[in-house]
Design a protein around this ligand. Structure first.
Ligand code: TYD
Ligand code: MG
Length: 435
C-alpha cells in the first residue's frame, strides 16, 4: 500500500512478517503453559548478591549497582558516539568473566586493532563475527560465556523470519530469541542499537518495552565528553548517570565531574556563573557562560547550547518585567560548559547571574556558586537535595553559595564552612553581587 488511509502520508507502511505457530488455538496455549503453576510470592527466593560487578564503575552505577544475571540491556545511541568502544572496553576489562563480543559490524581484524588502541590485554574475551542467530546460539552452546554483547541488534538476522536484516520484525524476533537465551541460561546480554537523530528510523525504540534496561549513550561529538543515561531500568533508578571522556586510547571514566565542568582559568571574566546541580543522585558543579551584547541587527538573537532556549527566553522576560533589567534589545548567548545538556531547574539562578554579570560587565567571583529555581514572578524558588549540593560546593572549596530562602528550613547552616546566602528575589541577588 503506498498511501496510508489514516494519516494520508505516502510510503510510511512498514512490512512486518507474522510468524505462524505450528499449533494454534486455545488447546495449544493450555498445553504449553502446563509446566508453570502459581506460587505464593513470599515463597519465592532470590539471591541478594547475584549481581555481577563489572570493572567499569560508571556502567555499574548506571545499571543500578552491577549487572543482573539474565537481564537484557539495550544500549542506544547515534552512530559514531562510541557504543562499540564502550562495550569492547568493558569486555576487555572483565578479567574474571568470560565475555563473548558478537559483531556484525566490524571484522575480527578491525576489532583486534581497536583492542590494541584501547591497550588492554585479556585472555578471557572472545570475538564472534556472525549475524545469524541460529549460528550464534550454536557457538554459545560451546563457548558458554558469562556475558554476551551483540553489536548491533540491527545486523542480527534469524531464519525464522523471512524479511531482511534490520527490518522491524527481524529486530523484534532476534531480540526475543536473545532474551529467551538470556533468561534460560541466566546470562546477561547487552544489545547495541543505533538510534538516528530524528528518531524515525529508530529500530531499537520498538525494543524498549521488552528489554529490562535501556541505556542511552550521548554527547556532543565536538566535545570529548560522553554521558551514559538510564532511560528505563527494572533493577535500579533511572536518574543515574555515567560520565566518560573519549581519549585516543578509549573512554576514561570521569569520577569527579565537577573538575572537568569548571573551566580552569586564572583571571576573572564577566558572564560566567557556577551552578550546583544534580544529575541523578550525584551533585556536580557546572559553569554557565552568558554573553549579552547590543543587537547589531534589528531582531535580537537568543541562542543556547546545552540549555532549553525557551527557558532562557522565560528567564529574560522575568528579568525584564519583574526586575526592570532592559534586555529586550540585547543579543543573549548562553552556553553550558563541556557540551553537557542540563535539565535540572536549579541551574536557573546561575543562568540569571551569568546574564546579569555579562550585562553589567562585572565578574562574579570564581568562588561563588548558585542553586535555585527562578519563578515567573521573579521569586527564587527552593529545590531538592539542597544539602548535597551545598556540601559538594563546600568540598570543592567554594566560599559562597546563593540558595532560596525557602530552602533554609531544617538546614544545619553551621555544619558547612561555606557562606550561605539565602535570597528571595532577583534584586537581592543583584544587590549582593554587584551592589
Ligand atoms: P564507535 O565506538 O565506533 O561508535 P559507535 O559504535 O557508537 O558507532 O566510536 C567511534 C568513534 O570513537 C570514532 O569517531 C573514533 C573514536 N575513538 C576515539 O576517539 N578513541 C578511541 O580510543 C577509539 C577506539 C575510538
Ligand atoms: Mg559501532
Amino acid at each position: 500500500m503506498g498511501k496510508c488511509n489514516a494519516c494520508g502520508e505516502w510510503n510510511t507502511f512498514v512490512e512486518e512478517v507474522i510468524q505462524r505457530e505450528e499449533k494454534s488455538g486455545p488447546g495449544a496455549v493450555l498445553s504449553a503453559h502446563r509446566a508453570s503453576s502459581p506460587v505464593n510470592i513470599s515463597d519465592i527466593t532470590y539471591d541478594h548478591e547475584a549481581r555481577i560487578i563489572i570493572p567499569d564503575q560508571e556502567l555499574n552505577r548506571v545499571l543500578g549497582g552491577g549487572l543482573v544475571p539474565g537481564s537484557l540491556v539495550l544500549i542506544g545511541g547515534e552512530p559514531g558516539i562510541g557504543k562499540s568502544t564502550l562495550m569492547l572496553q568493558t569486555a576487555l576489562q572483565c578479567i574474571v568473566q568470560k565475555v563473548l563480543y558478537i559483531s556484525g559490524e566490524e571484522s575480527e581484524q578491525q576489532l583486534r586493532m581497536r583492542a590494541e588502541r584501547l591497550g588492554i590485554r585479556n585472555e578471557n574475551c572472545f570475538i564472534l563475527t556472525e549475524t545469524n542467530t541460529q549460528a550464534i546460539f550454536q557457538h554459545l552452546e560451546k563457548v558458554k560465556p558469562s556475558i554476551i554483547i551483540a553489536d548491533s541488534v540491527q545486523t542480527l538476522q534469524t531464519d525464522n523470519i523471512e524479511s531482511s536484516a534490520g527490518s522491524v520484525s527481524q529486530i523484534k524476533e532476534c531480540a526475543a530469541e536473545m532474551q529467551k537465551y538470556s533468561k534460560i541460561t541466566s546470562t546477561p546480554v547487552f544489545l547495541i542499537g543505533h538510534i538516528t537523530k530524528d528518531g524515525s528510523l529508530a529500530g531499537p525504540k520498538i525494543l524498549e518495552h521488552m528489554v529490562d534496561t535501556v541505556l542511552q549513550f550521548e554527547g556532543d561529538r565536538n566535545y570529548g565528553y560522553r554521558i551514559l543515561r538510564s532511560l528505563k531500568n527494572r533493577f535500579g533508578s533511572t536518574s543515574e548517570l555515567g560520565i566518560y571522556e573519549m581519549n585516543d586510547t578509549g573512554l576514561r571514566e570521569v569520577t569527579n565531574p565537577s573538575e572537568i565542568l569548571l573551566s580552569q582559568r586564572d583571571e576573572q571574566v564577566s558572564g560566567t556563573a557556577i551552578a550546583a546541580m544534580m544529575e541523578g543522585q550525584r551533585p556536580m558543579l557546572i559553569e554557565t557562560q552568558a554573553l549579552v551584547s547590543s543587537a547589531v541587527y534589528g531582531t535580537p538573537q537568543r541562542s543556547t547550547t546545552g540549555f532549553d532556549g525557551r527557558r532562557l527566553n522565560m528567564l529574560l522576560a522575568v528579568l525584564e518585567k519583574r526586575s526592570g533589567f532592559r534586555l529586550g534589545h540585547k543579543d543573549v548567548f548562553l552556553n553550558i560548559a563541556g557540551g553537557i545538556r542540563v535539565e535540572d531547574p536549579a541551574i536557573d539562578l546561575a543562568v540569571v547571574a551569568a546574564v546579569l554579570s555579562s550585562n553589567q560587565d562585572f565578574p562574579i567571583g570564581s568562588k561563588c556558586c548558585f542553586a535555585a529555581e527562578v519563578g515567573l514572578s521573579g521569586e527564587i524558588r527552593p529545590i531538592n537535595h539542597i544539602e548535597q549540593r551545598i556540601s559538594e560546593a563546600d568540598k570543592l572549596g567554594f566560599e559562597r553559595i546563593f540558595i532560596s530562602k525557602y530552602n533554609t528550613k531544617n538546614l544545619a547552616l553551621k555544619r558547612f564552612s561555606i557562606q550561605i546566602n539565602p535570597v528571595g528575589k532577583i534584586e537581592e541577588v543583584y544587590r549582593k553581587l554587584f551592589g
